[in-house]
Design a protein around this ligand. Structure first.
Ligand code: SAM
Length: 326
């Protein structure tokens, strides 16, 4: 297993050619092809090679970006047996290694390259084949190892070299995960790609703390918002008035740093001061640290408890169910 994160080697040229190719990954590619051929009779293999050429021509004939339906690794003739590269944007769930989907785990086991985020289920990396290249994309709140553009270029580059790339993320790739940007980069580069949805922390982290985000007789709606931008900041596009005046559950991701301001804004805009609120911290989806209290006091309670990012904030009457469900 090899950790590679060399942002300095990514030039401004729009390619990642300056990344060193991992020769073991290339040799794995050959190994995989050989293995596949032993499982396939010769006639079938020839047919697949023909389909590969047809598929390549079809893509080259159009200026349209690749669509997932054209290029899904399962259905695309080039990729069924690993002869051409692919990218899978895999949601790893809330961090516990047993909460990734079956599909996500399957692709992880097939990957030649894994580009992994901070909140992904990193314990799964221990079970990868030794020749798999692992790139730590970091994504610490204030210390990204790779920029988003570098990640986009990296996954496209590796797939262009005929490798299977899993982009392993926390939660769901399309929930505040920038998975859409990576999908667009693949589509524009005509790289076969797919998204594997994951269990988002917005639902899973409260659930593991004994808080159902909806509950019959308590609330029929749940709103998930980013707390990354302070509610009072002009750059915030969240409709905090609507969020505060509704009666439903509010789940805030990336909000622990702005918790005091979020609570104050919610109260100022109409939510009751006594609204049950929880702040749930966990790094790996287990070992949670949970603080609960009324909305008006939650910031000081969480601060006194030393709660840090990453945490999920839940605001709403469903929080009271935790007393019966833990
Ligand atoms: C950039 S967002 C990514 C969300 C992710 N795509 C998802 O669907 O869960 C990161 C935020 O998700 C939340 N989060 C993710 N994993 C978490 C965990 N294991 N425990 C607590 N919060 C978590 C935190 O609010 C964190 O700041």
């Amino acid at each position: 297993m090899m950790f590679v994160a060399r942002p300095e080697s990514l030039g401004d040229s729009g390619t990642v050619d300056s990344f060193e190719t991992d020769p073991t990954a290339e040799s794995h590619q050959s190994d995989q092809t050989e293995t596949d051929q032993t499982e396939t009779d010769q006639t079938e293999t020839e047919t697949e090679i023909d389909q590969t050429e047809t598929g390549t021509d079809r893509t080259a004939d159009t200026d349209q970006p690749a669509r997932m339906s054209d290029t899904h690794p399962d259905t695309h003739p080039d990729t069924r047996h690993g002869r051409a590269g692919w990218v899978a944007l895999v949601g790893g769930g809330p961090g516990r290694p047993d909460l990734i989907t079956v599909r996500g785990l399957e692709l992880l086991r097939r990957a030649d390259v894994v580009v992994v985020d901070r909140l992904a289920p990193r314990a799964l990396l221990d079970d990868l084949r030794p020749e798999v290249e692992i790139v730590d994309a970091g994504k610490e709140p204030h210390g990204h190892n790779l920029t988003q553009e570098e990640i986009n270029r990296l996954v496209v580059d590796r797939a262009g070299r005929g490798l299977g790339v899993v982009r392993l993320k926390g939660g769901d790739p399309f929930v505040f995960g920038r998975g859409g940007e990576e999908a667009l980069a693949c589509a524009e580069a005509r790289v076969p790609w797919e998204v594997v949805p994951g269990v988002t922390s917005a639902v899973a982290v409260p659930a593991l703390a004994g808080i159902p985000v909806t509950h019959r007789g308590i609330t029929q709606d749940v709103t998930v918002v980013s707390g990354h931008v302070d509610p009072s900041h002009p750059g915030s596009t969240v409709d905090w008035d609507a969020v505060a005046t509704g009666a439903g559950t509010v789940v805030v991701l990336m909000g622990v740093g702005a918790l005091a301001r979020i609570a104050a804004e919610m109260i100022k805009r109409g939510r009751a001061r006594s609204t049950p609120t929880a702040v749930i911290h966990s790094r790996n989806g287990g070992d949670q640290q949970v603080v609960t209290g009324p909305l008006a006091d939650i910031a000081s309670l969480a601060s006194d408890a030393g709660i840090e990012s990453p945490s999920v904030i839940v605001i709403g009457d469903v929080v009271a169910l935790r007393d019966k469900l833990t």
